[in-house]
Ligand binder design. Structure first.
Ligand SMILES: [Zn+2]
Length: 246
């Protein structure tokens, strides 16, 4: 299957309810960078809040590599800015401040093995157990970004230790794979969540990540920012969750 076919199949996944995704129980969202939580799962986070279901968000890296050469936003200032942006986004999604956790790993260095990997698995498992989570949501392991793939590996390890927790993946950069790229994967299995009632709040949360969405930081020629085109998969009426067997 090529990427275009795979993502067409994702767009046609059956529409299901929040309860089908979370079982009506608490859930935990893993966000490799500040913004992935809103882009991939902002509708779910807001919907769970609406339904009185507990959600915890775990930020894996500090996001300090989005504008590596900006004189006006050296690394520490950028990290603090992005942390404040995440707090704002979380508030817009109705998430209490103490439901946002920070692993604080350096951007682009989410671990895939060794003691740092084990420590991340341990920390996230503890958050899941404390919350009574029955589902864990993470960026798709096919996203072409090292931190997204590493975070998916961490989530798989958590769910292998805790088989009572269902694992779901949401694509971010996968949406922008070359449509002709071959994907050696079975047909996607999962669901589509209608987030019409949460769409405006999700959009506001995405926009709260001002450093990623605007020219706020305009003095780094290598700096990152979203465009209308790269944002398009995340601002529609649906979110997409793929079932993962850890
Ligand atoms: Zn990311």
């Amino acid at each position: 299957m090529i990427a275009a076919e795979y993502f067409d199949a994702i767009r046609r996944l059956p529409m299901r309810s929040l309860r089908d995704l979370t079982g009506g129980a608490p859930c935990v969202v893993l966000s490799p960078h500040p913004d992935d939580e809103s882009l991939g799962a902002g509708g779910l986070i807001a919907a769970a809040g609406d339904a009185g279901q507990r959600v915890e968000v775990v930020l894996i890296t500090d996001g300090g590599a989005s504008h590596p050469r900006s004189p006006s936003y050296p690394r520490q200032r950028l990290i603090e800015l992005r942390r404040a942006e995440l707090e704002q986004a979380a508030a817009l999604l109705g998430l209490p401040p103490d439901h946002v956790h920070h692993l604080g790993l350096p951007d682009t260095q989410a671990p895939t093995e060794g003691p740092p990997f084990d420590a991340a698995v341990h920390a996230i498992a503890a958050i899941c157990v404390h919350a009574g989570a029955r589902s864990l949501l993470v960026t798709w392991d096919g996203d072409p970004h090292c931190d997204h793939q590493a975070t998916a590996r961490i989530a798989e390890a958590v769910c292998r230790k805790h088989p009572e927790i269902a694992l779901w993946a949401f694509p971010i950069w996968g949406w922008h794979l070359d449509p002709a790229e071959p994907l050696n994967r079975p047909q996607p299995d999962g669901l589509r969540l209608d987030i019409t009632a949460q769409q405006a709040r999700k959009r506001a949360a995405i926009d709260a990540h001002v450093s990623q969405m605007t020219d706020l930081i305009d003095d780094d020629p290598d700096g990152f920012r979203f465009t209308d085109q790269t944002l398009a998969p995340f601002v529609g009426r649906f979110e997409y969750y793929l079932k993962v067997s850890p």
